[in-house]
Design a protein around this ligand. Structure first.
Ligand SMILES: [Fe+2]
Length: 337
């Protein structure tokens, strides 16, 4: 009986601990940010919205059986995740960053100033802090609907401004600009509506006075040497992702005995293989094995397309798509070395 109770307690606690994303505490009280953001907005934003993202993220992760994956991993392969994982992993990561870079001026605190290294980088990439502020404000103001404006360290170690919709961010493989965000401005209405209503521009001015450039500078230095940046560089290969999408649609259906997608899309698969072979291979992957595998992949896809054109039997098609799949996984393996 005792062991049954232990087992029961163990499985309950196991179930709880499997959901390991938690809401971070704010460093200051909700009313400390009044100079830019009112206490009610801070409270609702943190304790309701962010808490909601964390709760829904844990649920989505559990439903997708992705427990144990790091937040960065969930973000990095967003295009392969469910919408619940994509939106809520972004929601959790983006808000955590947002809270970290905001410091109100109080008796005990004041926002830090930019370090020499980020100051030089801002000068190099934007001309001045003022020019950066303008670019960030334009990116934030122009973001249609809900989303974020970012200052990003790219794999080339450049600093760029970008924006993304909803809760997407530059770590995600769905993002046009890839890299590590070191500063993010939340432009969802829930971030400012109580005080600023539809005046997003006024909110952006107010946020500027809360930005802690000391924290942003630390994030800049950390991003430059982060293994995550190197990983993003390897994975920043849109043509490979595009090929993978068509391959997944055709191969998995064929595996289940449905050859219709393959017969309909063999031309598209061949076209993606040509684009992939002609694409710029990410710098860390510039090695002969990768180039040679891509040439073989294109040839096999061409042969597969010919077979479909000849209305070949399923057995022959299956043999060829398996060969295509094997070569692609060889490329994937080389990417992950
Ligand atoms: Fe938000």
């Amino acid at each position: 009986m005792k062991s049954i109770i232990y087992l029961f307690v163990f499985s309950i606690s196991g179930a709880i601990f499997a959901q390991d994303f938690t809401l971070p505490e704010l460093q200051f009280s909700y009313d400390a940010y009044e100079q830019g953001i009112d206490a009610k907005t801070m409270e609702i934003h943190h304790s309701k919205h962010h808490r909601g993202y964390v709760r829904k993220l844990n649920k989505a992760v559990s439903e997708s059986k992705l427990e144990g994956k790091s937040l960065e991993d969930l973000l990095m392969y967003a295009s392969y995740r469910t919408l619940g994982v994509r939106n809520n992993s972004g929601g959790h990561y983006n808000h955590t960053l947002f809270w970290e870079i905001l410091t109100p001026t109080t008796e005990k605190s004041a926002p830090g100033i930019p370090s020499k290294s980020i100051e030089n980088a801002i000068k190099k990439h934007f001309g001045s802090m003022d020019a950066l502020r303008k670019q960030l404000s334009v990116a934030a103001a122009k973001r249609f609907g809900s989303g974020w404006a970012w200052l990003v360290v790219t794999p080339n170690k450049d600093l760029v401004v970008s924006s993304s919709p909803n809760q997407d961010n530059p770590i995600m493989d769905v993002s046009d600009v890839r890299g590590i965000p070191i500063l993010g401005i939340d432009v969802w209405e829930h971030a400012y509506y109580l005080r600023y209503q539809n005046k997003r521009g006024d909110y952006l001015s107010a946020i500027w006075s809360l930005l802690d450039w000391g924290v942003v500078s630390e994030k800049y230095d950390a991003a430059l040497n982060s293994p995550l940046l190197a990983k993003i560089e390897k994975e920043n290969w849109p043509e490979k992702n595009a090929f993978h999408k068509v391959l997944a649609q055709t191969f998995h259906a064929a595996e289940k005995g449905d050859f219709k997608p393959l017969r309909n899309m063999s031309g598209a698969l061949y076209a993606q293989a040509i684009l992939l072979q002609d694409s710029d291979i990410p710098k860390p992957l510039l090695k002969p094995e990768v180039s040679l595998a891509l040439v073989r992949l294109e040839k096999k896809c061409g042969a597969l397309n010919k077979l479909v054109g000849k209305n070949a039997r399923e057995k022959a098609l299956m043999k060829m798509i398996v060969a295509v799949h094997d070569i692609f996984h060889e490329v994937q393996g080389l990417c992950h070395d």
